[in-house]
Ligand binder design. Structure first.
Ligand SMILES: NC(=O)c1ccc[n+]([C@@H]2O[C@H](COP(=O)([O-])OP(=O)(O)OC[C@H]3O[C@@H](n4cnc5c(N)ncnc54)[C@H](OP(=O)(O)O)[C@@H]3O)[C@@H](O)[C@H]2O)c1
Length: 244
């Protein structure tokens, strides 16, 4: 049986960890998982690679080795790694942190998308790229200037990629995953109310049990990628569909 390939970023925790666990259960998948942290899981289908996307030189040098060539049935790229960054109003942001955040949230998925399309353009495999964006891509949030901008930009990049690939050889999705109970939400709840006026609302999501579990969101992303022909738009929000 032909193998399938998943390249996943940000697999070490949160949503990425749940996506990893969902795909580890699918025996036909070879998985290349990239974060700074390696989990050290003992699974012959999994190759973990440690790269800090804050430093693009490292990613650039490793790019060619990240995408194995082979006679795959399907190849999937899920750009999930992300950082909420410094939660402060514009005017108080540190340049280095702004640059690091754009590297992680925008340039790293752009590099990986570009290299993926270049590597697999002649492959007969089913080919899907899923960039994890956010509802914040279309909703300005005080204190999240770089985050909102990076997520809006990756959504637009995904839209452009889809427009360039109308022959249907690749499918592209930019997915807002909803509000998920992960370390990123912990960081958001720790923000200073002066810098992030909506902090109490986000504390309320946790207290009222309104956060999605990473597992439930991973199941929806997996469903989307397995049933891509049911989803016609590039921009998707997991809150807009239920699992059958
Ligand atoms: N949680 C939410 O409510 C929410 C809402 C909307 C969108 N999202 C998006 O969903 C995605 C996953 O978020 P999450 O909540 O699961 O976040 P998380 O729990 O903070 O996990 C982030 C993942 O990204 C990786 N990562 C962070 N910085 C990195 C770096 N410099 N280099 C390489 N990898 C790095 C982390 O791995 P290491 O630390 O090991 O490097 C980790 O695996 C993100 O793109 C986020 O923007 C989340």
């Amino acid at each position: 049986m032909k193998k399938s390939l998943l390249i996943l970023t940000g697999h070490s925790k949160g949503l990425g960890r749940a996506i990893l666990d969902a795909y580890l259960q699918k025996d036909e998948f070879e998985i290349i998982a990239i974060s700074r942290t390696k989990l050290g899981l003992d699974n012959s289908n999994l190759t973990e690679i440690s790269i800090d996307f804050g430093d693009l030189e490292v990613l650039e040098n490793e790019l060619a080795s990240l995408f194995p060539r082979g006679d795959y049935k399907q190849v999937l790229l899920i750009n999930n790694a992300g950082w909420i960054g410094e939660i402060k109003p514009i005017g108080s942001l540190q340049f280095k942190k702004m640059r690091t955040q754009i590297n992680i949230n925008l340039l790293a998925p752009m590099y990986l998308t570009n290299a993926f399309v270049s590597t697999y353009k002649d492959s007969e495999a089913r080919k899907i790229i899923c960039n994890i964006s956010s509802g914040a891509a279309s909703k300005p949030m005080e204190g999240w200037g770089v985050y909102c901008s990076s997520k809006a930009a990756i959504a637009m990049f995904t839209n452009v990629a889809a427009k360039e690939n109308t022959d249907g050889k690749f499918r592209f999705f930019s997915v807002a995953p909803g509000i998920i109970d992960t370390q990123m939400q912990d960081e958001i709840r720790q923000a200073d109310g002066m810098d992030f006026p909506q902090v109490e609302r986000f504390k309320g999501y946790k207290e009222n049990g309104d956060l999605s579990t990473p597992e439930s969101v991973a199941a929806k992303i997996s469903y989307l990628l397995e049933n891509e022909n049911k989803f016609h738009e590039v921009i998707q929000d997991v809150r807009n569909f239920d699992l059958p």
